[in-house]
Design a protein around this ligand. Structure first.
Ligand SMILES: [Zn+2]
Length: 208
């Protein structure tokens, strides 16, 4: 039976919160997902929530956060936008998850073969997509390794930009959000970047 750790979350350390995600991803990769009692979880969470992690990740249909970390109702405060961009609305949502719902962890997670990153690499423009892409654009200048084929056809270039984008969005969050910067300074939360591999199902966390 799945044991919902909701009641112990005040005592949870940031490292324990990270370990829960790492262990959950291992279960997902090994096809050993826990059997969750959803009706019971609905009862436990109907009047309260205490998600241990707030995660900013991409809208991509191949990167469903709860599934890849083998988590359930009430576990993750999930903000998903194409390119895992830290827009003002995304940051406001994360502030809510961290300050008021007391998440211990803030993860910014990109993924391999991200369409938003690829679009940025090709300087794609269309409608409001242009604004989303513009939040990734600074990473093109930051990528100074690739000399030729700086476009979406170059897998290594795309991946380098994706890695830089995760770091860039973390920087954006800390620069724009006093609330999150304060929680981070007080060590109430751990902020960490991550990269999800859509082929293997594995999440690699960046060194913090
Ligand atoms: Zn994506």
């Amino acid at each position: 039976m799945y044991k919902h750790p909701l009641l112990d979350r005040d005592k949870m350390t940031t490292k324990e919160a990270l370990d829960i995600l790492k262990e959950g991803n291992q279960r997902f990769v090994n096809n050993l997902r826990e059997n969750k009692d959803y009706p019971s979880l609905l009862g436990i969470t109907k009047n309260q929530q205490h998600p241990f992690a707030s995660i900013l990740s991409c809208s991509d249909s191949r990167a469903p956060v709860e599934l890849i970390f083998d988590q359930a109702i009430g576990d993750i405060f999930s903000v998903r936008l194409a390119g895992n961009i830290a827009s003002n609305d995304a940051i406001g949502s994360l502030e809510f998850g961290i300050k008021y719902l007391k998440s211990k962890l803030l993860v910014v997670m990109g993924h391999t073969s991200c369409g938003a990153v690829k679009a940025c690499c090709d300087h794609f423009e269309d409608g409001s997509i242009t604004e989303v892409i513009s939040k990734i654009t600074p990473c093109l200048d930051l990528e100074d390794i690739t000399k030729d084929d700086r476009n979406s056809g170059n897998v290594d270039f795309v991946q380098n930009v994706s890695n830089l984008n995760v770091k860039q969005q973390i920087k954006e969050i800390l620069n724009s959000s006093k609330i999150i910067a304060e929680c981070h300074e007080k060590k109430d939360i751990l902020i960490i970047g991550a990269m999800y591999n859509i082929e293997t199902g594995e999440v690699n966390f960046f060194e913090s």
